[in-house]
Design a protein around this ligand. Structure first.
Ligand SMILES: CC(C)(COP(=O)(O)OP(=O)(O)OC[C@H]1O[C@@H](n2cnc3c(N)ncnc32)[C@H](O)[C@@H]1OP(=O)(O)O)[C@@H](O)C(=O)NCCC(=O)NCCS
Length: 271
């Protein structure tokens, strides 16, 4: 039992994904940290929990600070936060990213076979992640630019590239996203569109799919109701309550780079 939170942490040993270490940012404008860097900085953890809850609602975000601390304690190894960095001090949390690793060969069908619902990957009751540290595929569970007015200024892209290059072990060769879309998304029709039309249509109607597509990810699969809330979770809704999911696929090249994604130059790893 942790003295300050009164919450029992999982007794399951936490897998070591990447060695932790401090890389002091020299010219970085941002730092990427594990979410547990916010423990002890109550105002930052509170604003993060609040931002996630506003976006994702009670089914997929910590309902309160008790759950936020549980999430950090039990799954903190794979929750990341991008923070501003000024005067040698990490500042406000800007973007939160959440990932896990599974052995599904970048194949959405295999993911759905082994984990038929999003809830089977993330268990909000204990806030633990299914994880196979030896797996070849990182599942991007969530990427959230916390403040609506901060969107389209590049920090979502910065966070994506920092997570890809700084946190994923070399044996991970694929990233699959779980991108929620409205029930109007027509997977078969959309994947048959010629590139220019697809480009236009995604830009107009599906900004988050467009975010990944423009960076070079393929539309690799789709599953209706994949993000169906667990019946045990409170019905509190967030701005994003789509249940259908598009799986976008990123690939790693033989030289270790991610196809379409440049190494970040303005963000320091500080895990
Ligand atoms: C997806 C998300 C993380 C992008 O964050 P961001 O900080 O806006 O990202 P960037 O500024 O780096 O990238 C913006 C790109 O995303 C796409 N995009 C984002 N919002 C868009 C919008 N409202 N309309 C059209 N395209 C949009 C565009 O391709 C845009 O590039 P452009 O500005 O050159 O046209 C953010 O929109 C978000 O938090 N969305 C809600 C949470 C969510 O649904 N996440 C699921 C991701 S799997």
């Amino acid at each position: 039992m942790s003295a300050d939170t009164g919450i029992s942490a999982s007794t399951k040993p936490k897998p070591t994904i990447m060695p932790s270490g401090i890389v002091t940012p020299e010219k970085g404008l941002y730092v990427l940290q594990r979410l547990n860097s916010l423990l002890g900085h109550e105002e930052h953890l509170t604003s993060t929990q609040d931002g996630l809850l506003r976006k994702w609602g009670g089914a997929f975000a910590p309902l309160d600070m008790r759950e936020a601390r549980l999430m950090v304690e039990n799954a903190g190894e794979m929750y990341f936060v991008l923070r501003s960095y000024k005067n040698n001090t990490p500042g406000t949390p800007l973007v939160v990213a959440e990932a896990t690793i599974l052995d599904v060969n970048g194949d959405p069908q295999k993911l759905v076979q082994t984990h038929p619902k999003y809830n089977h990957i993330v268990r909000p009751s204990t806030w633990q992640l299914s994880i196979d540290p030896e797996g070849d595929t990182a599942i991007f569970l969530q990427l959230t630019t916390l403040e609506e007015e901060s969107r389209r200024r590049g920090i979502g892209s910065v966070s994506r590239s920092a997570v890809f290059y700084y946190t994923l072990p070399p044996h991970v060769r694929f990233v699959l996203t779980t991108t929620p879309v409205s029930d109007k998304f027509n997977f078969e029709g959309i994947t048959r569109l010629p590139t220019r039309k697809l480009d236009e249509m995604l830009g107009r109607n599906y900004p988050t799919v467009n975010f990944h597509y423009r960076a070079g990810a393929e539309i690799a699969g789709y599953e209706a109701k994949y993000k169906e809330p667990a019946p045990t979770r409170p019905k509190m809704q967030g701005r994003q309550n789509y249940e259908d999911v598009v799986f976008m696929l990123y690939r790693r090249l033989a030289n270790g780079d991610w196809l379409g994604i440049a190494r970040p130059t303005n963000v320091a790893r500080w895990l």
